[in-house]
Design a protein around this ligand. Structure first.
Ligand SMILES: CC(C)(COP(=O)(O)OP(=O)(O)OC[C@H]1O[C@@H](n2cnc3c(N)ncnc32)[C@H](O)[C@@H]1OP(=O)(O)O)[C@@H](O)C(=O)NCCC(=O)NCCS
Length: 207
């Protein structure tokens, strides 16, 4: 399996919703991804299997947004499969293995969602998505990255801890479906040499 990361587009939504449904079954209905993709504060990415294709609706694809364009940012980071201009996507698309999103608010990147397809968990997809977010947030000059995670979601917490997130707060009853508490996690200053060295080492270890 050869996996690459690129910005999410409208034609990806059906596959993304599938992953969202199996990943967050109690948080249905899903976020309005169509609206999120039009939101200039939000950045969404997908991890795709370049060796597997699926049928996809034909949709006009617009260029990246934000400073330098998210597309160019992802192109620089991953160097493959860029979509650089308005173009028609073919009816075949790559199988999406996971997706993630974050918002840039003031100088903070806040991860809104991250999920890997159930049958592809523990294969490094979550890690690849998180590395991508960290690199994009660094390019966008965010100071830190934050997120909320369910107290019961220890696998996700382990992923975040591995990448330098620590608990900075507890939001009581944050999740409305079961009133579960949310742990607020944050990185240190992501531009610091210490943080960047850690990410470089983790990235190399992963490669
Ligand atoms: C959290 C999630 C995205 C991780 O994705 P993944 O592709 O399975 O994770 P990876 O294979 O990249 O694992 C990376 C690290 O995460 C941690 N991790 C992931 N799954 C784990 C598990 N089941 N048990 C323990 N640690 C786990 C480990 O630290 C792992 O590093 P290691 O392999 O060196 O031990 C995935 O479990 C998922 O989609 N869960 C449902 C959605 C969700 O809960 N999202 C988080 C919302 S806050």
């Amino acid at each position: 399996m050869s996996v690459y990361v690129r910005p999410m587009h409208r034609e990806d939504i059906a596959q993304v919703v599938e992953i969202d449904r199996e990943s967050f079954p109690t948080e249905w209905p899903p976020p309005n991804f169509r609206r999120e993709l039009e939101n200039w504060l939000a950045h969404y990415i997908v991890a795709c299997d370049s060796e597997r294709t699926v049928d996809s609706p034909e949709v006009e694809v617009s260029p990246g947004k934000g400073p330098g364009g998210l597309v160019s940012s992802v192109k620089r980071l991953f160097g493959r499969h860029p979509l650089t201009t308005n173009q028609r996507q073919s009816k075949e698309a790559h199988h999406i293995l996971g997706f993630a999103g974050f918002w840039i608010m003031a100088d903070e990147a806040h991860i809104t969602t991250i999920a890997a397809r159930e049958e592809h968990r523990r294969q490094g997809i979550g890690e690849l998505l998180l590395i991508s977010i960290i690199e994009m947030a660094t390019e966008l000059k965010a100071g830190s990255i934050t997120l909320e995670v369910r107290v019961s979601n220890t696998s996700a917490q382990k992923l975040y801890s591995k990448y330098g997130f620590t608990q900075v707060g507890l939001r009581r009853g944050y999740y409305t479906d079961n009133k579960e508490d949310g742990i607020l996690m944050s990185t240190e200053d992501i531009s610091s040499a210490q943080f960047q060295t850690r990410i470089k080492q983790l990235k190399e270890a992963r490669a």
